[in-house]
Design a protein around this ligand. Structure first.
Ligand code: AMP
Length: 219
C-alpha cells in the first residue's frame, strides 16, 4: 500500500505515519530526514538543501524528485511506503505517479491533515527532537513533554530544537504550504484517494486518534 501524508507543517504527519509504520509495518520515508542526513554529512546536496530549509522555502523540485526516486529503488520499500513530506508540489505529485506507474503501482491513499494555524505555530515552536539520529523521537513541551527536561525518554540523548522551528520560519513554511502544496488537495481529490482528517486539541483529536481511525477504515 502506498500512502501519502499531506498537510501543513506541524499538523502531525510524522506522528500518524510513525504509528502506521509501527502497527502496519509500512516503511515511513521522510524527505526531511534525507535532507538532514546530507546536511550533517556536509554533502553538496546537503549544502544546497540547507540554503532553502533554513529560510523555510521548499528545496527545488528536480533535486527533491531525484532523491525520492533513488530512495524508492531500495529493497525495504517493495511492500509499500508512507511518504511523509513528499510530494509538496503538483510537479512532484505528477513525477511520483510516473515513478510508481513504472513499477505497476499507484498512490493508494492520501491522508490530508488539517489543523488551525494558531495551533500549528504553538505546536512547532514547542517541538523538540532527540539529537540521536538513530532515535529522532519527537516531543512537544506542552502536549507530550519528556519526563526529564531536555532529555529523551527513550535513549537518554539531548533534545534539540530544529533551527527552522522558529516563528518567522514557520510562517514562511506555512505560506509555502498554502501556495505550493495545498493545490495537491484538488489533485488527489480528482484521483479519488483523498481522506481528510482534522487534528486539533479543540476537538480533542490528536495524531494518534487519527492513526487509529485510519487503521479501522483502511486496513
Ligand atoms: P518538514 O519537516 O517535512 O516540514 O521538512 C523540512 C523542510 O525540508 C521543508 O521546510 C523544506 O525546506 C524541505 N522539504 C521537505 N520535503 C520537501 C519536498 N517534498 N520538497 C521540497 N522541500 C522539502
Amino acid at each position: 500500500m502506498n500512502i501519502i501524508m499531506l498537510g501543513a507543517p506541524g499538523t502531525g504527519k510524522g506522528t500518524v505515519a510513525g504509528i502506521l509504520q509501527k502497527k502496519k509495518g509500512i516503511k515511513q520515508i521522510k524527505t526531511e530526514d534525507i535532507f538532514r542526513k546530507n546536511i550533517k554529512e556536509e554533502t553538496e546536496l546537503g549544502k544546497i538543501a540547507d540554503s532553502y530549509i533554513s529560510k523555510g522555502q521548499l528545496v527545488p523540485d528536480d533535486i527533491t524528485i531525484g532523491i525520492v526516486e533513488k530512495r524508492l529503488e531500495e529493497d525495504d520499500v517493495k511492500l509499500g511506503i508512507i511518504l511523509d513530506g513528499f510530494p509538496r508540489t503538483v510537479v512532484q505529485a505528477q513525477e511520483l505517479d510516473k515513478i510508481l506507474a513504472k513499477k505497476g503501482q499507484k498512490v493508494d491513499l492520501v491522508i490530508n491533515l488539517v489543523t488551525p494555524e494558531e495551533e500549528i505555530i504553538e505546536r512547532i515552536v514547542n517541538r523538540r527532537v532527540c539529537s540521536n539520529s538513530e532515535c529522532k523521537t519527537v516531543y512537544n513541551l506542552i502536549l507530550n513533554p519528556p519526563k526529564q527536561e531536555g532529555i529523551c525518554d527513550k535513549c537518554g540523548s539531548k533534545l534539540i530544537q530544529r533551527k527552522d522551528d522558529n516563528i518567522e520560519t514557520v510562517k514562511q513554511r506555512f505560506n509555502s504550504y498554502l501556495e505550493q502544496t495545498s493545490p495537491l488537495i484538488k489533485y488527489y481529490e480528482k484521483q479519488g484517494n483523498l481522506y481528510t482528517a482534522e487534528v486539533s486539541k479543540e476537538i480533542n483529536k490528536l495524531g494518534k486518534d487519527v492513526a487509529e481511525e485510519i487503521i479501522e477504515k483502511f486496513f
